[in-house]
Write a protein that binds this ligand. Sequence first.
Ligand SMILES: Nc1nc2c(ncn2[C@@H]2O[C@H](COP(=O)(O)OP(=O)(O)OP(=O)(O)O)[C@@H](O)[C@H]2O)c(=O)[nH]1
Length: 324
Amino acid sequence: MSHQPPPLVFQDMLTHHQDRALLQELWEHFPEHMFLIRVESPQRFVVEAVNPAQQTTIGYPCVGLTIEELLPDAEQARSVTDHYRDCLACDHPLRYEEIGHFHEESGEPLHWLTLLVPLHDDQGRTTHLFGISQNVTELRLARQALEAQNARLEALVAERTAELQASNARLEALASRDELTGIANRRQLITLSEHAMQRARRQHTPLALLILDIDGFKAINDTRGHLAGDAILREVAQTLADTLRESDLLGRFGGDEFVAVLPDTRAEDARHLAERLRGAVTQRCGCTLGLGIADFTPHDDFASLVERADRALLRAKRARGASR
Ligand SMILES: Nc1nc2c(ncn2[C@@H]2O[C@H](COP(=O)(O)OP(=O)(O)OP(=O)(O)O)[C@@H](O)[C@H]2O)c(=O)[nH]1
């Protein structure tokens, strides 16, 4: 198969002589490496010529050397000849980046961006590979430094975000917890109770609300002091939390009043549980509890439910006062 050489780039503008002169100028003065490799076989590549820029870098006569002789590092030589074979196989200009240097004792490896062009004879056989190599080490090192800097920044942002999330979680916990007892505060109790009531309404399930109030707490404070009063509030909260189920909600409603919301619980079961709570508090905290219970109806909201439980608590207190 005969192979038509492509027309010269400048054939319409330059004479053949000028064309050659231009190539000669480029070869002599181009600041990047230019080289011509003779393809003796797909396994054997020999340096045919290097331009002055590349000759300066190499520093010793290299024309006539095979790639293995030219490059001291066997792996680097293999990588280069692999690129040459790729170029032969695709029979098309090839661009690639490689890392390496010409001298064994050189320090940090250099990065080269290379364009390789197959050159053909009249029969279309690839006899030579023409290459231009640009030293892009500074560019690559700058890119690596930028990537490292980006990675550091990303790590810093991730660290700050985690800190922020943790402090948000702490703030949220602080905003939703009663400082003295650690159980839900009134605001949190109302929010959670509204959700529980919505579920009860939707699923037609029972729900009960208990108000528990420490009997004669003012007298405890007055006789044993506020710190002792605080300790009792903490003990009562802990005892109530220990006795209730995981799914029940418990909060400090204010002063010496606690509210428990019991999802999936009928009035009768709520009464039994309330007695258990009172028994546990009497036993563990050395005080007694007044109690009011309200059963949820679909028309209730938190306020109406609390109001009924509060009235029941007052009635119970009055009844106990009258019976004393
Ligand atoms: N130690 C302490 N006392 C508190 C706290 N919050 C409210 N109190 C006190 O709790 C007492 C509640 O008094 P009352 O509402 O009259 O209740 P009580 O003395 O238990 O009366 P009854 O409920 O009728 O038995 C008041 O003296 C408040 O000052 C607190 O965080 N710590």
